[in-house]
Design a protein around this ligand. Structure first.
Ligand code: PSU
Ligand code: MN
Length: 298
C-alpha cells in the first residue's frame, strides 16, 4: 500500500482530505468521459480547500492518492478489473490493476487515516438475493469502518428496501441529507423513507465525532440526493430499469458482473441522460464530502 506524500502530510497535519473511489472511473463511466469527470471532481474538491485522494490499485499496489498519470492509466486501460476488499491480496500478489469498490476504497481510506469518502452509489442487496446470496461486500465492510461515506443512496437496480434493512442490521448509521426520502441514485427519492436526517456538513461531522465518543465503530452513510432538477425523469427511469432487469435475466449474468451489466443497460436505454445524471450525482457527492471533510478538520 502506498500513500501519496501529499496525502500523508495532510492527514498527519489534520488538514481536510476526501477519499474518492475509482470503480466509477474504471467501470462506472465510459471512456474518455471517465478521466475528465474524475479530474473535474478532484478540482472541485481542491477548490473547496480539501485535498482529494483517489484510491485504486496500480500493478498490484494499493494507492491512496493516485497521481494524474496513474488515474489516466486506470481510466484508459481496458484490462483493469473491479477490486473489492477481498480481491486486494491476490491483486497484490499478481500485479493486477483495478478500480476499487466502496468496500475496498473505504478500507484503504481508513487505513490511511482519512475520515470522509465520497462515491456515486453504494453497493447493496441485489434483487433475488434471497436465492443468490448476492449482497455487496460494501455493506459488511462499512459495518466495521468508522468513516463517513457520502452516496446518493443506492441504484434502483438493487433491492432498495432490503438494502435499508441490511444497513440497519449491520449497525450502519444512515442520515438523509436534508431529506427523509432515501435517494435512488438517478432519482432523488427511491420511494423508501429514511428516519434520520441531517441539515449541514457540521451535523455530519458532529455525528462522526459522537460515534467515536460512543464507541460505535460503523460507518455513517450520508444519503445525498441528486438535485431534483438534475434527476432522471421518473418515467424514463422506470422504463430503463424494467429493460435492464429483463436483460439481466435473459443474459444469465450474475455475481460481480451484475452491477456493471445493469448500469450499462440503463445507459443504453437512456442515452446521454443517465450518464449526465451519473456525473451530476458524483459531483454533488464530492462537493458535500469535501464540505464534511472541511467541517471535521475545522
Ligand atoms: N453503484 C453505482 N456505480 C458503481 C458501483 C455501484 O452506481 O460504480 C460500484 C461501486 O464501486 C460499488 C460496487 O462499491 O459497484 C458494488 O459492486 P458489488 O455489488 O459487486 O459489490
Ligand atoms: Mn455481488
Amino acid at each position: 500500500m502506498r500513500i501519496a506524500e501529499e496525502v500523508a502530510a495532510a492527514v498527519s497535519a489534520g488538514r481536510p482530505v476526501l477519499a474518492c473511489e475509482s470503480t466509477i472511473v474504471t467501470h462506472g463511466l465510459p471512456r474518455p468521459r471517465n478521466s475528465q469527470v474524475a479530474r473535474e471532481a478532484e478540482d472541485l474538491v481542491r477548490g473547496l480547500g480539501v485535498l482529494p485522494a483517489t484510491i485504486g490499485v496500480v500493478d498490484g499496489e494499493a494507492v491512496v492518492g493516485l497521481s494524474e498519470s496513474e488515474l489516466d492509466r486506470l481510466a484508459s486501460d481496458p484490462g483493469v478489473v473491479k477490486l473489492s476488499a477481498r480481491d486486494l491480496p491476490v491483486a497484490a500478489a499478481t500485479g493486477a490493476s483495478g478500480g476499487t469498490t466502496v468496500a475496498a476504497t473505504a478500507h484503504l481510506a481508513h487505513r490511511a487515516g482519512i475520515r470522509v469518502f465520497a462515491t456515486g452509489g453504494l453497493g447493496g442487496v441485489h434483487r433475488g438475493a434471497s436465492s443468490t446470496f448476492d449482497e455487496s461486500a460494501d455493506l459488511p465492510a462499512l459495518a466495521r469502518l468508522p468513516i463517513v461515506v457520502v452516496s446518493a443512496g443506492v441504484k434502483s437496480v438493487l433491492d432498495v428496501p432490503a438494502t435499508l434493512e441490511r444497513l440497519e442490521t449491520l449497525g450502519i448509521s444512515v442520515a438523509g441529507y436534508r431529506t427523509h426520502a432515501f435517494p435512488g441514485f438517478y432519482v432523488a427519492d427511491s420511494g423508501h423513507p429514511v428516519s434520520q436526517r441531517i441539515e449541514s456538513p457540521e451535523q455530519a461531522a458532529a455525528a462522526w465525532r459522537a460515534a467515536r465518543e460512543l464507541g460505535l465503530d460503523a460507518a455513517l452513510l450520508v444519503a445525498n440526493p441528486v438535485p431534483a432538477g438534475e434527476q432522471l425523469p421518473p418515467d424514463v427511469h422506470d422504463a430503463a430499469l424494467a429493460d435492464a432487469l429483463a436483460a439481466l435475466a435473459d443474459a444469465g449474468v450474475s455475481g460481480q458482473d451484475a452491477t456493471p451489466f445493469l448500469l450499462q443497460r440503463v445507459r443504453d436505454a437512456t442515452g446521454d441522460r443517465s450518464l449526465e445524471v451519473n456525473v451530476a450525482v458524483y459531483r454533488n457527492n464530492m462537493e458535500l464530502g469535501a464540505r464534511i471533510a472541511a467541517a471535521l478538520a475545522g
